[in-house]
Design a protein around this ligand. Structure first.
Ligand code: FE2
Length: 270
């Protein structure tokens, strides 16, 4: 099975570059199943039903979330009733929806588990203990292809998840920081990257117009972050080849809005 993963889609520029490229990439690389983090897809904050529909039609199968999952609250409550949208699974009990989906793709089962870290994030249950329990449950369902979107600020938390679950799950994708990291690796059959990086505007501050972030940094006075209408954009996609639940090869493709592409192969630990 070949899977694709897209990090945080930020606003209209992110949705636009996906609409223009993803279906073609899916065919070109024979990708069977694509997961994307959509918590910033609607003007940087949350996900509307309309934008979700657009992303699913563009070739995404499952949309994950994070600390902004509930920013468009009414829409998200409705979306979480479908089987295509997740929110971090370790939100406290009583929060709507789920962070686990088990799907069948070409006769094989695949589980997507969405978790959120604790550092600098809203209150959630301990993601590490939560993951242990959930992965045991997934294995009991005879699912070999297990992928995790770990939405976290701290790279150290992401590395803990990697060290706990290498050789156990198929792929671990870090999201949330919007800046892609250069550590795509396969270790003991598990692919790992600390952060996939955003899909959206690339010439500003984490996909947002830089005016307010600069004002905040220099004066301490805040304001509302906005996704720019016009910007240079990028689509960042990780492609992983899975065999019997083990990652055997992976690469990252960056597609720029001028058509330029940069492909980086994963380092495979022997
Ligand atoms: Fe986030």
């Amino acid at each position: 099975m070949i899977i694709g993963f897209i990090g945080d889609i930020v606003g209209r520029p992110g949705r636009k570059i996906i609409k223009e490229n993803l279906s073609k990439l899916r065919v070109e690389f024979n990708i069977d199943f694509i997961v994307a983090n959509g918590e910033n897809a609607s003007h940087g904050f949350g996900l509307t039903t309309k934008n979700c529909d657009e992303l699913l039609k563009s070739g995404i199968d499952i949309i994950t979330g994070g600390n902004h999952s509930f920013d468009k609250r009414a829409d998200m409550e409705a979306l979480l009733k479908t089987d295509s949208v997740l929110r971090p699974d370790n939100y406290p009990l009583g929060v709507s929806g789920s962070g686990l989906a088990i799907k069948e793709v070409n006769g094989e089962k695949i589980a997507v588990l969405n978790l959120m870290g604790q550092y600098g994030m809203p209150i959630v249950e301990n993601p590490f203990n939560w993951a242990k329990e959930k992965i045991t449950y997934i294995q009991e369902q005879n699912v070999k292809n297990i992928i995790i979107d770990f939405h976290a600020e701290a790279t150290s938390e992401k590395r803990v998840i990697m060290m706990m679950f290498k050789g156990i799950v198929s792929s671990i994708f870090g999201t949330h920081t919007h800046v892609g990291t250069d550590d795509l690796t396969i270790c003991e059959g598990t692919s790992y990257v600390s952060d996939v990086g955003l899909t959206g505007c690339r010439d500003n501050v984490i996909g947002m117009d830089s005016t307010v972030p600069i004002k905040k940094a220099t004066t301490g006075l805040g304001g509302h972050f906005d996704v720019p209408n016009n910007c240079k954009s990028i689509l960042q996609l990780i492609v992983v080849y899975l065999n019997d639940g083990k990652a055997i090869d992976a690469f990252k493709i960056k597609v720029y809005d001028n058509g330029q592409r940069v492909i980086t192969k994963a380092f495979i630990e022997k």
